[in-house]
Design a protein around this ligand. Structure first.
Ligand code: SF4
Length: 359
């Protein structure tokens, strides 16, 4: 047995045998939720160790009012709404963009925001509204798009922004969540921002963070390390703060060029999170000098459930498991999603259903 396989074997034994006070760690990254389900990590944990899925899936945290506004725009004359695949199926108050498209609305799916530049040039008589959702990971992509629009003087593209940033929502969860003892910090976000982004949160709320990657072993190491960090803090009062278990990709300071580019075009703003409400400073909006590219993002204040029984809000806050929802796997399935958490492959409900995950 190699050193690493021996170490992994020891870690698995500790995770399965732990018998101390309950410890709950939240992951705030949809890709982590997907990887934890795929690798069956929650299934090897002792009953006293809990991995909770939080608001880390960008599509899942997008409020219904945003979808409704996109649908309105897609029905306006000479206007096409352009979006990534997952968002098209997210329910608004009454319907999704896909359903609106079926009724004649102009909606196009793209795989890269740069496709919109091509579309805009090919159809100068139309206005293209791009659905700009996501976290710190995706914001640089929109900044590059804006850079290109400015450079090439493309004037028929607008962004409807619902961008979110991680630290304010994590702070909100520390204050309003249910017994979250530590966090698996999102590796993709940290690659852009740097792991130091989480240091003030660790200091203020006395919770450890483990910056985690996405491979089975590196994720297991981060899960184990963060559980141990909580245990250490409980037993000795020594807080480990932020530990980087993804050093091949993440450094302390992050990607300076990407951060600068984002700051060129966007500034902090309040943001509405599905099922949670407005969190101060948790979003990004276009700076005033680039307001001509905005499609009316400031007016998004609505967040209504399509199905009143949907418990996405509780699931996103880690206060309920997908299986606690009465619609889970029956009325609500990936083919007939009643809430955003069932749509995206990174959504908690989708993952729990696909991998028969119960905890
Ligand atoms: Fe909402 Fe469906 Fe999840 Fe229930 S199973 S919380 S209806 S997304």
């Amino acid at each position: 047995m190699t050193d690493i396989s021996h170490k992994i074997s020891q870690i698995k034994k500790w995770l399965a045998a732990y018998d101390g006070p309950d410890i709950s760690i939240m992951e705030v990254c949809g890709s982590h939720t997907a990887a934890i389900s795929k690798y069956g990590i929650s299934g090897i944990l002792s009953e006293k160790l809990h991995l909770i899925s939080g608001p880390g899936c960008p599509v899942c945290v997008t409020p219904t009012g945003y979808i409704d506004r996109l649908i309105e725009l897609s029905m306006e004359e000479h206007t096409t709404v352009v979006t990534f695949g997952d968002l098209i199926r997210v329910p608004g108050r009454e319907k999704s963009l896909a359903e609106a498209k079926g009724e004649g609305a102009s909606v196009e799916m793209v795989y890269s925001p740069m496709d919109i530049v091509r579309l805009a040039k090919e159809h100068p008589d139309r206005r293209f509204v791009f659905a700009a959702v996501g976290f710190e990971t995706t914001a640089p992509v929109y900044a590059v798009l804006l850079e290109q629009l400015v450079a090439e003087q493309v004037s028929n593209v607008r962004l409807l922004t619902a961008l979110k940033t991680m630290p304010p929502v994590i702070g909100w969860l520390c204050e309003h969540g249910d017994g979250i003892d530590g966090f698996l910090a999102p590796g993709h976000v940290a690659a852009v921002t740097g792991s130091d982004l989480f240091v003030p949160l660790a200091d203020q709320y006395h919770v450890p963070f483990g910056v985690a990657g996405f491979g089975a072993e590196e994720l297991l190491l981060a899960v184990y390390g963060t559980f141990r960090a909580v245990e250490q803090y409980r037993d000795s009062g020594v807080l480990s703060g932020v530990k980087n278990y993804y050093p091949s990709v993440v450094c302390a300071q992050g990607n300076q060029r990407a951060k600068k580019l984002v700051d060129t075009y966007f500034e902090p703003s309040d943001a509405l999170w599905r099922g949670i409400g407005v969190i101060a400073g948790s979003g990004r909006k276009l700076r005033a000098e680039y307001a001509k590219f905005d499609a009316g993002s400031d007016h998004l204040t609505e967040d209504h459930k399509k199905n009143q029984a949907c418990r996405c809000d509780q699931v996103l806050m880690g206060k309920a498991l997908p299986g606690d929802c009465p619609l889970f796997g029956t009325v609500c399935t990936p083919m007939n999603p009643q809430g955003a958490c069932m749509v995206s492959e990174e959504g908690s409900c989708h993952q729990y259903l696909m991998y028969h995950r119960t905890r």
